[in-house]
Ligand binder design. Structure first.
Ligand SMILES: Nc1nc2c(ncn2[C@@H]2O[C@H](COP(=O)(O)OP(=O)(O)OP(=O)(O)O)[C@@H](O)[C@H]2O)c(=O)[nH]1
Length: 207
């Protein structure tokens, strides 16, 4: 397979969730003086110039200085979870071949993760998704997806199947052992609650 060119990639930052387990929208939690969503956008920007932030209308104003285009879920799939955000990004960027997905609540995530995933995709023709496995858990929201996944996502959402695992089962997915990436597995930490914020961020247990 040919190398996956940087200009054939789009980064999608998912920020359209409700953050119901957090005191306020997680995108605006801070780590090292930057909002979480800025960390995610910064990570994607090192992979490609083309980054979209799939947000919500009620917080978009606060993202107006983002170094990415702010878009919203397609109305017919709005608020149906991460799959709808991914579909909305893919639909907005039809010309892109590969999509790197990251959430707005993974402040430690690093570009190296995605570079490793792209390199695995290059070695596996026919692969439609490359998903890291860290500490025995799949990380489908820090993963890469080929544009051919889009039709599968539409079908799943029409069937009201909103789980990321449904997508991984529907397409040709390669699981990659993240322990071989030579990085701390804490890059995959995502923050859902105030307790997790206090544990990982305020105690600075990970730098
Ligand atoms: N665009 C978009 N993003 C979403 C949607 N649902 C969740 N996300 C994002 O996907 C990521 C993972 O979702 P969750 O961890 O469940 O976050 P959440 O839904 O905001 O939080 P909870 O309400 O506490 O479950 C987060 O970055 C969310 O912002 C959605 O319907 N649309």
């Amino acid at each position: 397979m040919d190398p996956i060119r940087k200009n054939g990639r789009t980064g999608i930052v998912l920020a359209g969730g409700g953050s119901s387990r957090f005191p306020f929208h997680k995108a605006f939690a801070r780590y090292k003086n930057r909002y979480f969503y800025e960390h995610a956008v910064g990570c994607m920007k090192q992979l490609t110039d083309d980054v979209v932030l799939v947000s919500r209308t009620d917080i978009a104003e606060r993202m107006k200085n983002a170094d990415a285009e702010v878009i919203f879920d397609l109305p017919e799939y709005q608020g149906q979870g991460p799959l709808s955000g991914i579909l909305s990004g893919m639909t907005n960027r039809k010309e892109s071949e590969w999509f790197a997905i990251v959430t707005c609540d993974m402040p430690f995530v690093m570009p190296l993760v995605f570079e490793q995933l792209f390199s695995i995709a290059e070695q596996k023709p026919g692969t439609q998704a490359v998903v890291p496995v860290a500490a025995g858990r799949n990380q489908p929201l820090a993963a890469i997806y080929h544009r051919s996944c889009k039709d599968h996502i539409i079908r799943l959402l029409l069937e009201e199947k909103r789980s990321m695992y449904g997508l991984l089962q529907s397409v040709n997915t390669t699981f990659a052992d993240a322990e071989e990436f030579d990085i701390s597995q804490e890059v995959f930490v995502n923050i859902n609650t105030d307790e997790e914020y206090k544990h990982y961020i305020e105690s600075a247990s990970f730098e």
